[in-house]
Ligand binder design. Structure first.
Ligand code: GEK
Length: 246
């Protein structure tokens, strides 16, 4: 795995963050050293797949990047389920396609379909599990409610949605403290002050965090019956939302 040093040298101008080939080349290292709890969240997504993915249904991994969640869900899903891995970055989808082709043959594994598409435009149906693992934060805020409504409407009774996000806090003391603790985490993972500052600038108008109550209220408003944050480390959370069984 290549080490992320994309922002190690001073740049004259720090442009908007893009999920391009340079990012793809270092992505596993970048996300592991930037998102506290990333590995733990993935391992629980695998556990949840074992519980929720149903025979003959679809699973959507929206904003799949290199398919970290897709690969784990595939290990749990029944053979006649289909995982739809969606991303609008051609570099991510190309690399994920290569990874899938390099996997050893697994006759018991379910089908994985890749979609190079905007997740707001993708048609979904018959879903027993939908994953948005650090993706909604990149969708323009006004489009988020409609997207989650589409997810809810596409889900079968008893299905689960996992929403992991970087979040903000209304209370300034909490916002500052948890933000600082996240920066300490990045320093401890080897990022320099320059790398942290340049990455922050590049993400400024691209990654728009919202508060935990904003997320949970919106999920309830679109119809989910059980909405519960199940993980938090500093300003990173994961929320489980379940559609009522009939
Ligand atoms: C993981 N889930 O490793 N449509 C489709 N894809 C999008 C859109 C959009 N509108 N906006 C952003 N993306 C992954 C990690 S990374 C999180 C997700 C991060 C894609 C974008 O191309 C990128 O691959 C992904 O969402 C976000 O479990 O880098 O912080």
């Amino acid at each position: 795995m290549s080490r992320d040093n994309l922002y190690a040298l001073p740049r004259d101008r720090v442009g908007q963050f893009q999920f391009d080939q340079q990012v793809v080349d270092v992505f596993p290292d970048m996300i592991a050293r930037s998102v506290p709890g990333y590995a733990s969240i993935l391992s629980v997504i695998e556990q949840l797949a074992g519980r929720y993915v149903r025979s003959g249904t679809n699973v959507y991994d929206l904003g799949c990047s290199l398919g970290a969640a897709t690969m784990l869900i595939r290990q749990q899903a029944p053979i006649d389920a289909t995982i739809h891995a969606v991303d609008n970055s051609p570099a991510m989808i190309d690399q994920l396609s290569k990874r899938l082709h390099e996997l050893p043959a697994a006759p018991q594994a379910c089908r994985v379909e890749l979609h190079l598409a905007d997740l707001c435009q993708v048609a979904m149906s018959n879903a027993s599990m939908i994953v948005l693992n650090f993706t909604l934060q990149f969708v323009p805020a006004p489009a988020r409610g409609r997207l989650l409504q589409n997810c809810f409407d596409a889900m079968v009774p008893g299905a689960a949605l996992v929403l992991s996000e970087k979040v903000c806090f209304d209370e300034p003391g909490q916002q500052d403290l948890l933000g600082d603790l996240h920066l300490d985490f990045k320093r401890a993972c080897g990022y320099s002050e320059l790398e942290i500052a340049q990455k922050r600038t590049s993400l400024e108008n691209t990654l728009i965090p919202e508060s935990i109550p904003t997320h949970t209220t919106r999920l309830r408003d679109v119809g989910f019956d059980v909405v519960t944050p199940w993980f938090q480390c500093f300003n990173f959370v994961s929320i489980l939302a379940v559609k009522q069984s009939t």
